[in-house]
Ligand binder design. Sequence first.
Ligand code: FES
Ligand code: FES
Length: 154
Amino acid sequence: MKTIKVMLNVNNEKVTLQVKPYETLLETLRERLSLTGAKESCSLGSCGACTVLVNGTPMRSCLILTPEVEGASITTIEGLKNGEKLHPLQQAFMEKGAVQCGFCTSGMILTAKALLDRNKKPEKRDIVKTMSSNICRCTGYKKIIEAVEETSKK
Ligand code: FES
Ligand code: FES
């Protein structure tokens, strides 16, 4: 089968891959690069479990074909830690009990990161609106919102 050469910058590392023309970014990350933090749930762009940052913007990796993001910088949850130190959002999610099964968590944290990167001190209503793009079946959202709020105060 014909494959396409794609270069990406994933978590600050350059990678060059031969991918199928219809391979999704989620498949590339999980199956070729063993970055399994992004999860596959709906595969329809509805839930946000597969969210990663593409050039700093949260995007549904189940809907993106890898050749479409040739040359892009991709950030996954695995790229947030600084050495052994968790990102402040990861720390706050843990401390606030904003993680239960964890299936939504990487998408939630990356969505929150993009918000705080563009607005360090968002209003609560902005946090609620932004985080409503991602579905969580476990926590009821309260603790997720609290974790993002807590991080924005630091
Ligand atoms: S798996 Fe991509 S949005 Fe649900
Ligand atoms: S923690 Fe289970 S879906 Fe959010």
